[in-house]
Structures are given as C-alpha cells and as structure tokens.
Design a protein around this ligand. Structure first.
Ligand SMILES: Cc1ncc(COP(=O)(O)O)c(C=O)c1O
Length: 510
C-alpha cells in the first residue's frame, strides 16, 4: 500500500496496512470522506512522511537488511526528543520516580543506599510527593496536585522575583496539552484568529486547523537572529482585522522553535504593549527556557509584572493583560518527553473564564501523575548542600555542555557550506539555516512533485540516513528555503555526513 503526499509515494507502515485490509471497507462507519475535515486539514511535518520513511530505514537496518543502503544508522534530527537520542535521564529524577512507582522500596532504604547509590534526599522527596498525591495510580485534582502547584509557584517566584499563586497554575500533560486547552477556550468561532510566529512549531497551526479557527501569521526577522518585529505583528493584525478576523491572542515561542531566537526584555515589552493596546491574550511558550546559549532567559511573567509596577503613565494599561505562560519537562536538561508533564500559569484572566478552563481540564480528569511529579522535581531539583546535588549538577552541566558543543559544531559546519547561511545558536534545540539551491535542483524537485526543501531533505535522508524537517513544515517567507535540524544526536560524525552530502548535492545540480 502506498501513501501519496508532497513527498511522493511512500509505502505505509505495516501496522496501518494490516488494518486497512483486515475487514471489508464497506461495513465501516468511518471513511476518509466523512471524518472531521479539520483533522485532515491539520499539518504536522515534524512527524510527517520523512519521519515515516526514516523509521522504515531504521527497521530495515535493525533486521539486518540494510546492505543496499549507503548508511549504517539513522539519525533522527527531526524531533526534539532528547532521550531517544541517548541523552541520559537525570539520576535523582529517576531514583525518586522508581520509589513513586514502587513505594515498597522505602522499606529497604539501606539496600537502595548501599547497592544503588540512592541518597537520603531521594527518600525524603519520594515521601513528600507520595504524601501529596497519595499514589501515582490515583487521579489527582483536575488542575494538578496542590503541593506540586505550590512548588511551581515557589519556582516562578524565585525565577522572576514576583509572587505566583498556586491557584493560577495548571499542571498539564506536556505543554501541548496546555496549548490545546487554551486554544479550545479562545477559539470561539471560525472567524477567531490567533497571531502565530512564522516560522513556528506546527502545534499552533495544527491546533488552529483542528479547531477551525484562523492562523494570523507574523514573520520573525531572520537577519536579526529571528527577532520579533512588533511593527510587523501590528501590520499582520490590522490586515486580519480588515478581513473580518476577530484576533484574540498572540503566541510567542521564546526561545524559538525552529529558530532558537531568544527575546531580550525590550522585545518582550513590545509584545506586551501590543497585547495591552489590542486586547490580546498573550501565550508565551517558554518550554526552552533553560536551553539558552547566549545571554539569559527573560520570562514574560517578569516582563508583565515589571511593566505593571512601573506603569509610567499611571493609567493601569497593563492591569488586565491576560498572560498564559507554559513550561515543560520535555526539554532543557530534563528531557522527559515520554512522561508528559508541564504546567501553565494564567495571569489576569476573568474568573468566569478560568472556571470554564477548570471545567475543560476536569473533563480530561487530570494530567499524568508521574508527569506531575517530574514537574515538581524539575522546578525543585536538589539544591547546593543536598546529598544528591553533586551528581545532579554534574549531569545537568554535562548535558548543557554537550548541547552547546554540538550546536556550535553544526553551526561551524553550516558556515562552511556553499549556499547555506545560519544564525548563531542562541537557544532551544535547533538550527534553522537558509539554503539557496541551484536552479537545476529546483527543476528536479518540480519534476519529482516536491517542494525544493522537501526534495533536499529527502535526498539527505536517502543518502545519509539523517532525518531533518523542511522549512515549509514551519512556514517560511515566500521565496526562501530552510531546514530544521536538532543538535541532540550524540557525537559530531553525523555533521560530517551532512557536509559531504551537501557538497555532492550542489555539484550534481550545479
Ligand atoms: C515550542 C514548543 N512548544 C511545545 C512543545 C510540546 O512540548 P511537550 O512535550 O511539553 O508537549 C514543543 C515540542 O517540541 C515545542 O517545541
């Protein structure tokens, strides 16, 4: 069975194929023409056809059937999935989690200490979390366990220097689930619009498609390290309003995905000014807040509180600005994507609206409780003087350093590549270089029925086993081409594979 799409025809994975043929099609209620059309419209390139093909190569190699392939391993540089790419979990987190799953271990503390290196603070933390959640097998409050929300509030206060209220914090099954909740609340009609950065992480456009609402794109400024151009945002907003779109919110991803761009306080203030003047909810996706390689991370919450405090014109302009800021255990040095944990803090929302949000999250019962516990450990890791601190620090710093080294190696390699230009790595887990392809390559892509960036990425996968994502999956300015790669894969050998491929590609199509 073949799957056809912008990358041409690909064989479907065998598990899908089996389902297609397991019973007669005629008896089914659902077919591709009568399901929710908005699901069909949604696009999510990060796990799209290139990713499917790379999994097929991986399976082929695992079965020992890869003799004909020009590579001996598949590198998944398409997705920010750190532990799939050999990032080791932080020991403290997993030791605590092991006790949460099996509290009986607390009856054997000496064995855990002497044979497995558990420290006393691991037992203390597990007891504290178990006291809060009772059992990780039990539902928690819909909004998340109260003690964990208190820990999150303490963390935000330490980070920003302003208090946070645990009642305004919602734990979630990763940031994705938080975005989904917020969008469900905001998107009231098909004319509701949300300002989304381009390029963007496709969660936003895909969720807006699913909810049959409008994405109002604003372009990031590549030449100045993918900064946010508030005038451009305002223009996009006005244009959308003229078309009858009711723009209700603005999304900012900081540090950016796929761009890695990090906002300075002035940039944050500019967006908050716009939100205040145009009555927009501000959604600050801050899942990469610890993946910062240049300068420091500045939170939207702190930016808003600073503006409210200074209130230069004494007109209360920022008083009712609605801000939802999101964080996750999936990224940073934690990288626990599979445990699905995150939180969002809601500031300035009408209590009647928050009551509806509470009802919405209650319909899903609660976020995964182990994921909630990981959130607690992320925001409250071992502190200096704690028995687990030295190892925690060593592991954390080691992961950070590794990411920074690989980001730099990749950036240096891109600098040397003909027709490639890349902004320096500032943050997140990605580089998003521009590629300028020769006319012959563009012609060849057209013949193959693919966009030029998809064609390039597919050729890279077929020749090297490296899976990256074409820029078109994130949105890019008309007439430009990009690709996104993570810098999570261990070692730097694979970087050499890219440079060699690129040289060959450019020579072939020159
Ligand atoms: C900008 C951004 N937001 C949200 C997410 C989703 O993260 P989570 O695993 O917490 O749902 C991702 C994942 O890559 C991301 O890049």
């Amino acid at each position: 069975m073949q799957l056809s799409g912008p990358l041409g025809s690909l064989p479907l994975p065998s598990f899908i194929e089996k389902r297609f043929f397991s019973s007669t099609m005629r008896e089914r209620s659902l077919n591709i023409d009568n399901i929710n059309p908005h699901i069909k419209e949604a696009k999510y390139a990060v796990r799209g056809e290139l990713a499917i093909k790379s999994e097929q190569y991986r399976a082929q190699l695992a079965k020992g059937e890869g003799e004909d392939l020009p590579f001996d391993s598949v590198i998944s540089a398409n997705i920010g999935n750190p532990q799939q790419l050999d990032q080791k979990p932080i020991t403290f987190f997993r030791q605590v989690a092991s006790i949460l799953e099996n509290p009986g271990l607390l009856e054997n503390e000496e064995v855990l200490e002497s044979s497995f290196g558990y420290k006393s603070d691991v037992f203390e933390r597990a007891r504290k979390l178990l006291k809060d959640v009772k059992s990780v097998g039990a539902y928690s409050q819909s909004q998340g366990a109260p003690g964990i929300r208190q820990s999150v509030a303490n963390f935000i206060e330490r980070r920003d220097g302003y208090p946070a209220d645990p009642a305004s914090i919602y734990l979630s099954a990763g940031a994705s689930s938080g975005v989904n909740t917020l969008m469900n609340i905001i998107c009231a009609t098909p004319q509701t619009g949300v300002l989304v950065p381009i390029p963007q992480y496709p969660l936003y456009t895909a969720t807006l498609s699913v909810l049959n609402a409008k994405c109002v794109p604003y372009y990031l400024h590549e030449e100045s390290n993918w900064s946010t151009d508030v005038d451009g945002m305002r223009e996009a907003l006005k244009k959308a309003q003229k078309e009858g779109i009711d723009v209700r919110a603005v999304v900012v991803i900081n540090p950016g995905n796929p761009t890695g761009g990090s906002l300075a306080p002035e940039g944050i203030n500019g967006v908050l000014e716009l939100a205040a003047e145009e009555k927009l909810v501000c959604i600050a996706d801050e899942v990469y807040q610890t993946n910062v390689f240049q300068g420091e991370f500045h939170s939207f919450k702190k930016g808003l509180r600073d503006l409210q405090k200074s209130d230069k014109n004494k007109d209360g302009k920022f008083d009712n600005v609605e801000l939802a800021s999101l964080h996750s255990i999936s990224k940073g040095m934690v990288g626990e994507c599979g445990h699905r944990g995150g939180y969002y803090e809601m500031i300035g929302f009408d209590p009647e609206v928050t009551a509806q949000i509470y009802k919405f999250v209650s319909i899903m019962l609660c976020p995964p409780v182990v994921g909630q516990c990981f959130v607690e450990m992320m925001v409250n890791p071992p502190a200096e003087g704690d028995p687990s601190y030295p190892l925690y620090r060593k592991e954390y710093d080691g992961i950070f350093k590794g990411l920074q080294e690989r980001a730099t190696a990749l950036y240096e390699a891109f600098k040397e590549m003909d027709g490639v230009s890349c902004q320096s790595p500032q943050g997140s887990m990605y580089l998003f270089p521009t590629i300028t392809l020769p006319p012959k390559a563009i012609e060849a892509a057209k013949k193959a029925g693919k966009s030029p960036d998809e064609f390039y990425c597919l050729e890279l996968l077929d020749k090297t086993g490296i899976c990256i994502v074409p820029g078109s999956g994130f949105g890019q300015k008309e007439g430009t081409l990009h690709f996104r790669t993570t810098f999570l894969a261990p070692g730097t050998e694979w970087v050499g594979r890219i440079t060699k491929f690129h040289q060959g590609f450019m020579e072939e199509y020159r």
